[in-house]
Design a binder for this molecule. Structure first.
Ligand SMILES: C[S@@+](CC[C@H](N)C(=O)[O-])C[C@H]1O[C@@H](n2cnc3c(N)ncnc32)[C@H](O)[C@@H]1O
Length: 267
């Protein structure tokens, strides 16, 4: 399956900001509790974007883990490198990696291979997770996070009510628990599914709309079946805002719960 999906730093950073501002829980803390990376370990983060998880592991290990962040977006890699230069983490390397192609690492290189909200877009899951398995050391761990089907129900309900149209299939949530879990389980020695829930409470409609814009943004090419022109896009956003405002007036707040799955596998 070919998934024509792109991320932009503007939209990605906006969504990260909104999660951090309005979420009750911190997904980074959960990530660290699960993985507890140690100084001296070698870590690969696949689909690293602007480097969020790489900086997290670097901080947690006192910059003493050797970390590689791989992504196929040069725009996002540049942002990650700029941040790295500001912070001065010499233990991180950001480099091109397309998870639909063979990974440019020797067998059994990494103690931890992680991928947050990224690798589930892979065109051939077996191929990609075999590559992840190949570069993991024996006893090393893979940790893949992504949305579960119950994720952001309120967000989809508002969009459904506003547009009357079916939500385009989201490759992440529709595949995560089933196909992706099963693929990883068939390749790794031990696999388990962990769940993280984070309610985001919006005290007004406008930050919710910022989130909607950063999700539906035509640049991401995920939602294009809903609109063709700029005008249609703006029209849909106005309808979504009208429904969100109605819900807000009815309930006094808007609560969107992120339901994230973490597949933890050991080689
Ligand atoms: C939602 S972002 C998550 C980024 C980061 N892990 C985070 O949590 O902030 C998804 C990432 O997957 C990357 N991506 C998508 N397809 C890819 C591919 N074929 N190879 C490598 N990275 C890819 C995108 O460029 C983007 O950085």
């Amino acid at each position: 399956m070919e998934i024509n999906y792109q991320e932009t730093s503007k939209d990605l950073l906006m969504r990260i900001y909104i999660h951090e501002t309005y979420g009750a829980r911190n997904i980074d803390q959960w990530n660290i509790e699960v993985l507890n990376p140690q100084p001296g370990q070698k870590i690969l983060d696949v689909g690293c974007g602007t480097g969020k998880q790489c900086f997290l592991y670097s901080d947690h290990t006192g910059r003493k883990a050797e970390i590689i962040g791989g992504d196929f977006s040069e725009e996002l890699l540049e942002k990650a490198r700029a941040r790295q230069a500001e912070r001065g983490d010499t233990n991180i390397t950001f480099q091109f990696l397309d998870f639909n192609k063979p990974f440019a690492f020797a067998d059994e290189t990494f103690d931890i291979v992680s991928s947050a909200f990224a690798i589930y877009y892979a065109a051939d899951l077996k191929f990609t997770f075999r590559e992840a398995h190949r570069v993991t050391k024996p006893g090393g761990r893979l940790f893949v996070t992504g949305p579960l089907p119950e994720n952001k129900k309120m967000f989809y309900d508002i969009i459904k009510e506003a547009t009357g149209k079916p939500i385009p299939p989201m490759p992440g949530s529709s595949r995560f628990k089933g196909e992706i879990f099963e693929t990883i389980q068939s390749i790794f020695a031990h696999t388990e599914l962990l769940v993280f829930e984070n309610p985001l409470t919006f005290p007004e409609v406008s930050p919710f709309m910022d989130y909607v814009r950063a999700s539906l943004s035509e640049d991401r090419k995920l939602w294009t079946s809903m609109f063709n022109t700029r005008e249609e896009y703006e029209q849909i956003l106005r309808s979504i805002e009208a429904v969100a405002t109605r819900w807000f007036e009815r309930d006094g707040k808007l609560v969107m719960t992120k339901v994230v799955g973490g597949i933890l596998a050991t080689k």
